[in-house]
Design a protein. Sequence first.
Length: 149
Amino acid sequence: MENIFDDTYFMKKAFQEAETAFDKGEIPVGAVIVIDNKIIARAHNLTETLTDVTAHAEMQAITAAANYLGGKYLKKCTLYVTLEPCQMCGGALYWSQISKIVYGARDEDRGCINLNTKLHPKTIVKGGVMAEEASALMKRFFVEKRNLN
């Protein structure tokens, strides 16, 4: 029997969060955190809503997952996020000791992988899952934002 709970399955869930952010006028980044094929945290960017520059999807998801698990470490967890995490989020992911990061689109300017931000030595990183869809949503957001101003 085929396992439907693969990286694409969970990235689609993160993409749904990115679409929610888009609908709210937030930069469309979504994230979910998974353990044992179960989503334990869902989040999207809330920087505008909360007027908080640290309210990135990853940060919101890390907090929710830690609360769910009752501890600060996210060992055996996987983060699915539509955009490569920034350095701030990379640092938080380091301290959380998350086991795996799966991201969609690369962030050539601010991405923690691209900028060689140190992650936990045991963290596995995989990029490019649904990258085209995530990139297209991001581009659409900024085109529409420019047209409104």
